[in-house]
Design a protein around this ligand. Structure first.
Ligand SMILES: [Zn+2]
Length: 152
């Protein structure tokens, strides 16, 4: 799956009929400059586009997307469920959250996966799923986020 696929194709590939509400929510996720969105942010995007979907419908559609693996739910902030499009070339990444600004940075987990595979092997396990969310505060108390283009 890539982001070049059309919303219609993505929905069908995940076993979902491309209803109007599913297409609108998926298009909002695909078009957003922000990678990690909560349901309210998706709803707000739709309101700005003049799309007639209620917040309850947005929640329902996002839950359907999560169930079929079209989006992944991220617990990056206390009490906030953020959703991220699942993408074949973007699966193995971790998240680093700035506790001061709440900005989210993604990082390549390949080096960590090697270490975790060794640790799992010591316990007779093969890694099946790895979720890494790290938190940090600005060094010297001064926020410096030059490469943030993934979230808010
Ligand atoms: Zn992410």
């Amino acid at each position: 799956m890539t982001n070049e696929a059309t919303p219609d194709t993505l929905l069908r590939n995940h076993g979902l009929k491309p209803s109007a509400s599913r297409l609108l929510v998926l298009q909002a996720l695909m078009q957003s400059a922000v990678r990690h969105l909560d349901a309210e942010a998706v709803y707000q995007c739709l309101v700005e586009q003049g799309a007639p979907l209620g917040l309850t419908t947005v929640y329902k559609v996002l839950a359907q997307f999560e169930q079929v693996g079209l989006v992944e739910r991220r617990e990056l902030r206390p009490g906030k469920r953020l959703y991220e499009l699942a993408c074949a070339n973007h699966t193995e990444h971790g998240h680093l959250v700035c506790l001061q600004t709440r900005q989210v940075f993604e990082f390549d987990m390949a080096p960590l996966l090697d270490t975790l595979a060794v640790v799992a092997g010591h316990h007779g396990l093969a890694l099946s799923r790895v979720v890494v969310t790290a938190y940090g505060v600005p060094q010297n108390g001064i926020p410096r986020h030059p490469n943030d283009n993934t979230s808010r």
